[in-house]
Design a protein around this ligand. Structure first.
Ligand code: AP5
Ligand code: ZN
Length: 217
């Protein structure tokens, strides 16, 4: 199965993709994570992407597609994939259609996580993750049981993203509305769009998404 998670920064794409991975054995494929890894490794793509990401704008379709294709080819799509943060432009959506058609696959569902912009600044500014295992947390909404210690792996180093400040979040929201939100109609036209109210708690959103996955796989 191929599942797409659409939604603005802070909507919960990463949080939910990780939960679906655990529950259903799907593979999470996040272009944001892949790009951050390229930036950290100082590859050519990473060097080109760094400033763009720090400004909260979208990295070029060319770079994103090159990175995604490599990873999609390696991924075990038998188990199913969750595309988190991809596609983000019409060009990317059309390229994905072509890739899937060529390999005899199709999109089972594109889920729009519906949220209110104002709430996203708080969600993103309060976010931190475990440097060891990548588990995500939030200063108010999801704190580790023991302060500073990861619930999942016991790691004690937490990190915050360079683009998670209030100003950059506003640019990222603007990029979402201008370039990514049109994909909601794109997938509606293909008959695969599902909408989930993502203003509720993490567990309630997970319940709605789980029902969608169970229905398509
Ligand atoms: P990316 O890494 O994709 O970031 P994003 O889309 O801005 O999304 P986030 O990771 O900020 O949010 P999320 O929806 O995953 O929320 P999370 O689950 O963490 O992209 C970063 C940059 O890379 C882009 O700006 C762009 O430059 C570039 N890029 C990436 N892909 C690209 C592409 N395809 N094309 C071009 N450029 C690309 O949740 C947020 C916080 O809220 C967490 O702390 C969490 O604990 C908490 N939370 C989650 N759900 C809830 C809830 N229901 N209630 C309360 N709190 C919640
Ligand atoms: Zn951890």
């Amino acid at each position: 199965a191929v599942l797409i998670l659409l939604g603005p920064p802070g909507a919960g794409k990463g949080t939910q993709a990780r939960m679906l991975e655990e529950k259903f054995g799907l593979v999470q494929l996040s272009t944001g994570d892949l790009l951050r890894a390229a930036v950290a490794a100082e590859t050519d793509a990473g060097k080109a992407a760094k400033a763009v990401m720090e400004a909260g704008e979208l990295v070029s379709d060319e770079i994103v597609l090159a990175i995604l294709k490599d990873r999609l080819a390696e991924a075990d799509t038998q188990a199913g994939v969750i595309l988190d943060g991809f596609p983000r432009t019409t060009v990317q959506a059309e390229a994905l259609d072509a890739l899937l058609t060529a390999s005899g696959q199709k999109i089972n569902a594109a889920v729009s996580l519906d949220v209110v912009d104002e709430a996203m600044v708080e969600r993103v500014s309060g976010r931190f993750t475990c440097a060891n295992c990548g588990e995500g947390y939030h200063d108010s909404f999801k704190t580790p049981a023991v302060e500073g210690v990861c619930d999942k792996c016991g790691g004690t180093e937490m990190k915050r993203r360079a683009d998670d400040n209030a100003e950059t979040v506003r640019s990222r929201l603007a990029a979402y509305h201008a370039q990514t939100a049109p994909l909601i109609d794109y997938y509606d036209g293909k008959g695969v769009l599902k909408r989930v109210d993502a203003m509720g708690g993490i567990q309630s959103v997970a319940g709605d998404l789980g029902a969608i996955v169970a229905g398509v796989s």
